[in-house]
Design a protein around this ligand. Sequence first.
Ligand SMILES: [Zn+2]
Length: 294
Amino acid sequence: MPGVFNFSVDQAVNDAREAHSLGVPALILFGLPDKKDEVATGAWSDQGIVQQAARALKREVPGLILIGDVCLCEYMSHGHCGVVRQSPAPLSLGAAAEVARPVPAQFEIDNDASLELLARTSVSLARAGVDIIAPSDMMDGRVAAIRRALDDARFENTPILSYAAKFASAFYGPFREAADSAPQFGDRRSYQMDGANLREAMREIELDIEEGADMIMVKPALPYLDVIAAARDRFDLPLAAYQVSGEYAMIEAAARNGWVERDRVMMESLLSIRRSGASMILTYYAKEAARLLS
Ligand SMILES: [Zn+2]
């Protein structure tokens, strides 16, 4: 994505310092581990890249609020958000030529095994100084599991910002490439939400609140402004919206072609998200918007 980079810890500290000086109140951390495996070690290890970055940021930019994205996909060799159980390949009784045909991988996500790793990741991030835990995985029961684990580890005051309505969306494409987290097989539709169903989105948000979410998030933003507005009407918690990579990339591409006025389109898109009812916006444009707003 133009203008978007993966940072080392040092570079992240410099960028965070600049963002904070411009008036950006918080940043969200995503990690790219050296090694990926099938238990997402890089997510929950106290030496994980996000844990290292969080410690450095807390030390160097103490006033900045740190949000830790909690998911396993960036740390899993297969790129799924949870622990994968492969089921045996279906028996093929055909002729030799048919047997040799590749059989599509059958797999399922082990929800409970995933919850344990997500909880472990959350506690490790809190210990490293992350202020807000933001689970983005969409496993069932994750908010309750994370809340319990944080409380047990004496992080009762660490809030949870849940990606409560996260739709299966093609707008995530550029991020997945940047974070090298595209699934190696299958897709995420079994655990992300159907974009056609507003009431299901409300139900998911309600469940997350019942489980203990302190703040809720809708993702993506622009194609789901009605979901943000409906959530604003219905729930009284702080509401965040995530302007995702594809939303950013569309504006950048059009601007680079000279088809739209970049800054105005950028601010108008942010304004629409704000108007729909979001009290917080996660955006690649945070620094530039802060610059224009000051
Ligand atoms: Zn994920």
